[in-house]
Design a protein around this ligand. Structure first.
Ligand code: PMT
Length: 694
């Protein structure tokens, strides 16, 4: 576990310094490279020769080598090390480390250290118990250092009590445990917002709140100690950075926090928004102190941007966005509303109704809520709450990583498993070779072009068919075809595929000559055939991602929307805005521009929370589907003619009837009412649900 790890071992002037020899031996035996740094006082207790012999490296103690004049760079050691251990750590060194008194090489090395630091105190029991020492330890813990508590036993003073340095074997074990566990966020970049924002009224007054930043700083520290690269955007707080590796951006107002968060988020894998951001700021900020007036005064406020909601809109597939909800009443209900409104993946509810929770205190009591359920935790220190929250985040990142594999993991073009047919039976008598060549060219284009930076596991590729029927063809290569596109998604844990998209495009006009190479360049639509096919491919991929994570397919659906927008000048009816309630342009515009947002959310809840769950928990999955049927109703009320409501009330009829082959009378009533209202022509199908005997 420690093989190849670079360890700086700081030794200070304590009687326990003799144990440093054993510690070096054990570390070297584990395969670590050890660089010893001693304080001048430590040399009174153990010779540098012993430690340099055991470590195989010259011991460093002074700022430069008095013989050669070589500079001993504490900065380089700070960058070189994977970990630093200070063992034994005297009360004096603890105090210097806590207050930044850099008067020897060991403390300067500590202050430059980028790696985690482990401190094993050693001293007499009264020295250890003294508030000054305890305060140093508290400060050092607060900086994110790992304190290896001293053991109780007989001390050098012959007194018995707590203060004996932990045995070298246990120090090595603590280090090994650290490297073994808790590096689950290595390689991830995480944005944290923390603390309050101050909204200036005049040069001496502001609107603010009681947030101390403790919760957010604990989360930032936890993420960093689990290996993440952390960007901490901090409002005005008086806390030190909780970990030396953290990039800290100090801001004052909500607008400044918004700019910093928007700039950093695109390069992050996740964000946890724990800041208490002011929703409003004074519309005018006075340049000089406002004077007292006898009749009171009114301050006009204007809205600040909602940082969480803005990041929610920008969120890419694979990114995780978490928020906090500070509530005073109806906690869970309000938190769930925020989860949806801001497009978060989970939200951490803390309520001012719970004593010891919320602002400023060192403890918190939280409930972590996501779309699959909730986990309630008891009152804990904010440091331990941070562990729970970060574990939730880590699990979600892992799950997404499994769902969305990086492109480099496999060959190109593996998103789709498409079958393309070109049926020319209506234009018999023509040269049939051109149709076969068109079919092969399309098959190659859809399956082998690289559509996304992601790819799916073999069993998760999107099964789809593109069935062209040639309505007319002339020898100059002009075609008029209809196209039926269908796509399905596999249901987890089963061999069943659920309908994701089914749409008939009545007329596509294009030209194709044998041996034409089918190509598609985004933003340069010179070929209607490839524009149409690319449009459907991005729609299908977007729908698939929408079914995996709520509103998760925006990146690809926006590409389809861009193709539809850019095709307005092609003059083809299939693209024209406003020409039909149900053409290529309208279906994507409805879906992406708000009117059908309930259906987008339904895509996720119905498939991921419903069907995917049903195969291991039939009642739970069906319950999730029943709950999300209200979204279908809402979408229908807002846009009765829209294509995507049809997906559920026409094309998924058999599936829905099957889902409700067993259900409660309440579920039956609710679902049948909604479906009959939306599509009364299928009453005989909905009756099947009514007639079932459960
Ligand atoms: O800092 P401490 O003293 O340790 O206290 C911790 C805390 C109580 C501040 C923290 O645990 C907490 O609850 N933070 C969120 C407080 C809050 O503003 O909640 P909210 O329900 O108003 O906001 C919901 C979410 O939207 C939050 O993630 C918030 O960061 C975000 N938001 C809110 C408004 C806004 N304009 N932009 C936002 O990003």
């Amino acid at each position: 576990m420690l093989k190849g790890k670079k360890i700086v071992l700081g030794v200070t002037g304590s009687i326990a310094a003799y144990k440093a020899a054993m510690l070096v031996r054990l570390l070297v035996k584990e395969g670590a490279e050890v660089q010893v740094v001693m304080t001048p006082a430590a040399k009174e207790f153990i010779t540098p020769l012993t430690l340099s012999t055991l470590s195989g490296r010259p011991v460093m103690s002074e700022f430069f080598n008095s013989c050669s004049g070589d500079w001993h760079s504490h900065v380089e050691m700070g960058l070189w090390a994977d970990a630093m251990i200070v063992a034994p750590a005297t009360a004096s060194t603890l105090g210097k480390m806590a207050s930044g008194i850099a008067d020897n090489l060991l403390v300067t090395t500590y202050l430059s250290m980028k790696a985690p630091v482990f401190i094993a105190p050693a001293m007499d029991l009264d020295m250890f118990a003294h508030p000054a020492t305890q305060n140093s330890i508290k400060v050092l813990k607060g900086y994110g250092n790992h304190i290896i508590e001293p053991a109780s036993g007989e001390l050098a003073s012959h007194l018995t009590g707590k203060g004996r340095m932990e045995e070298p074997e246990n120090i090595v074990k603590a280090l090994k445990d650290f490297f073994l566990a808790g590096r689950d966020l290595a390689g991830k970049r995480i944005l944290i917002t923390a603390g309050p924002t101050y909204e200036k009224i005049d040069p001496v007054r502001f609107i603010g709140n009681y947030s101390s930043g403790k919760m957010g700083f604990a989360i930032a520290g936890e993420c960093a100690s689990r290996g993440a690269e952390v960007v901490l955007v901090a409002g005005p707080v008086s806390l030190p950075a909780p970990h030396p590796s953290i990039k800290r951006i100090d801001v004052e107002s909500a607008l400044e926090m918004y700019s910093a968060a928007m700039e950093e988020f695109p390069s992050c894998d996740a964000a946890v928004l724990s800041a208490a951001v002011a929703d409003y700021r004074p519309a005018v900020q006075a340049n000089s102190k406002i004077k007292r007036v006898s009749n009171g005064m009114t301050i006009e406020l204007e809205a600040n941007p909602d940082i969480a909601a803005s990041l929610g809109k920008e969120k890419r597939c694979g990114q995780v966005l978490a928020g906090f909800a500070l509530e005073t009443d109806h906690g869970e209900e309000n938190a769930r509303l925020k989860l949806d409104k801001k497009n978060l993946d989970f939200i951490v509810l803390n309520s001012l109704e719970d004593s010891g929770a919320g602002f400023a205190c060192d403890t918190n009591k939280v409930t972590v809520i996501d779309r699959e359920g909730k986990s309630e935790y008891p009152l804990k220190s904010k440091r331990d709450v941070a562990k729970d929250v970060v574990s939730h985040l880590s699990r979600l990142l892992l799950m997404l990583a499994l769902l969305v594999l990086p492109a480099s993991a496999s060959a190109e073009g593996e998103e789709l498993n498409a079958t393309v047919n070109v049926n020319a039976s209506k234009v018999q008598g023509s040269n049939t070779e051109v149709f076969t060549m068109l079919q092969d060219a399309l098959q190659e284009f859809v399956n082998n072009r690289k559509w996304t930076a992601n790819t799916y596991e073999e069993n998760e590729r999107i099964m789809c068919t593109f069935n062209f029927v040639v309505n007319s063809y002339s020898n100059d290569g002009s075609f008029d075809c209809s196209l039926m596109v269908q796509a399905t998604r596999p249901v987890f844990g089963s061999s069943y595929n659920s309908m994701l998209f089914k749409y008939e495009d009545k007329s596509i006009k294009f030209t194709y000559q044998p041996h034409d190479r089918l190509d598609f360049v985004e933003d340069n639509l010179d070929n209607n055939l490839t524009a149409v096919v690319a449009f459907y491919v991005y729609t299908i991929i977007g729908m698939d991602f929408d079914s995996m994570g709520e509103l998760g397919g925006s990146e690809f659906l926006n590409k389809a929307l861009t193709i539809a927008n850019n095709s307005q000048n092609l003059g083809d009816a299939g693209w024209r805005a406003g020409s039909s309630s149900n053409n290529r342009y309208t279906i994507i515009d409805d879906y992406m521009n708000g009117a059908l947002e309930p259906v987008r959310r339904l895509m996720y809840r119905y498939h991921r929370l419903g069907l995917d769950t049903m195969f291991k928990n039939a009642d739970g999955g069906r319950k999730a589907i029943t709950e999300c049927m209200d979204l279908l109703k809402k979408a229908y009320e807002d846009r009765p003619m829209a294509y995507f409501t049809k997906l559920f009330t026409e094309y998924k009829v058999d599936e829905i009837v099957n889902v409700y082959s067993k259900c409660t009378p309440e579920e039956k009533k609710k679902v049948v009412n909604i479906l009959s209202e939306i599509n009364p022509s299928l009453s005989s199908e909905w009756d099947k649900i009514t007639r079932n005997n459960n």
